[in-house]
Design a protein around this ligand. Structure first.
Ligand code: PLP
Length: 270
């Protein structure tokens, strides 16, 4: 019997993101979420960070050419079915990734425009915003900004509807605005396509603050796109998965909680 192709069994997700040594966010969150959704994660590291579960203290970017060579090695060998982009750290890395993407126009890109650590520290410089907007948004199938991030790009506009349409104007096909960082009783996540809002998901607010929720969600979506789900279906399923991971989360250090991204597997207690 012929072996099933990796496209069918473990679709490959190229992940472009930074390392969080506390293990809550960044590339480890991405690897775990893609794996949990049945994908094969191919992690390309853009930066080392110094951080714990309270905040981030340092970002040390990888040289842009080395980021590109990591991604090219993967793209030359593995059938990449979706791409998740998280922390890009510098305008040089963002430009290099954008030009790499122009050679592979058909692979869907989920872009989490990471600007801040959950503890509030800046993870990106101001110039990165304009490179994201001008060079990466035009290549983005789905952008997943939180409230703080969407205001950083489009805060001059009065409301989320207008801000989402600005992202569409800049080239994103879909925009998921995440509301966990808004001061509301429940959490409202809004999905837009080019014409306007198409889904409104409301989640009851969980009692803690979390490290790595955005990474988990964006990577789960990318894995589902790699499995050929539509964007709205992938967003719906990935939100349910992330909510369950957060509900089953735990506090590994003295700061934020982290999602339990394998909550669905049996626990082994001794
Ligand atoms: N990527 C890296 C490397 C990070 O350190 C962080 C946050 O600290 C993030 C992404 C974004 O994390 P979150 O999923 O909490 O938005």
């Amino acid at each position: 019997m012929q072996a099933m192709s990796p496209e069918r069994t473990h679709p490959v997700v190229l992940i472009v993101a930074g390392n969080d040594p506390s293990g809550g966010a960044g590339i480890q969150a991405d690897i775990q979420a893609v794996t949990a959704m049945g994908g094969h994660p191919a992690p390309v590291i853009t930066a080392l960070t110094v951080q714990d579960t309270v905040n981030a203290y340092e970002v040390s970017p990888v040289e842009a050419g080395l980021v590109v060579r990591q991604a090219e090695a993967v793209l030359d060998d593995l059938p990449v079915a979706a791409i998740k982009i998280g922390l890009l750290a510098t305008p040089q890395i963002a430009e290099a990734v954008a030009s790499l993407l122009s050679a592979i126009p058909d692979i869907p890109v989920v872009l989490d425009p990471v600007l801040y650590a959950a503890g509030g520290a800046h993870l990106a410089q101001q110039e990165l915003l304009s490179v994201l907007r001008d060079s990466l948004f035009p290549r983005t199938r789905l952008a997943t900004p939180n409230a703080l991030e969407i205001r950083a790009f489009a805060g001059h506009l009065p409301d989320n509807d207008a801000r989402a349409m600005e992202f569409v104007k800049w080239g994103c096909d879909f925009v998921l605005i995440k509301g966990a960082d808004e001061d509301t009783d429940d959490v409202h996540n809004l999905l837009y396509d080019k014409k306007g809002e198409i889904e409104h998901c409301t989640w009851s607010r969980l009692p803690h603050t979390y490290h790595g929720s955005g990474c988990t969600l964006a990577s789960a979506i990318a894995a589902l796109l790699a499995k050929k789900h539509s964007v709205p279906a992938a967003v719906r399923q990935a939100q349910r998965y992330t909510y369950e991971a957060l509900r089953n989360g735990y506090q590994p250090g003295s700061g934020q909680h982290v999602p339990h991204r394998f909550f669905h597997l049996p626990e082994h207690h001794h």
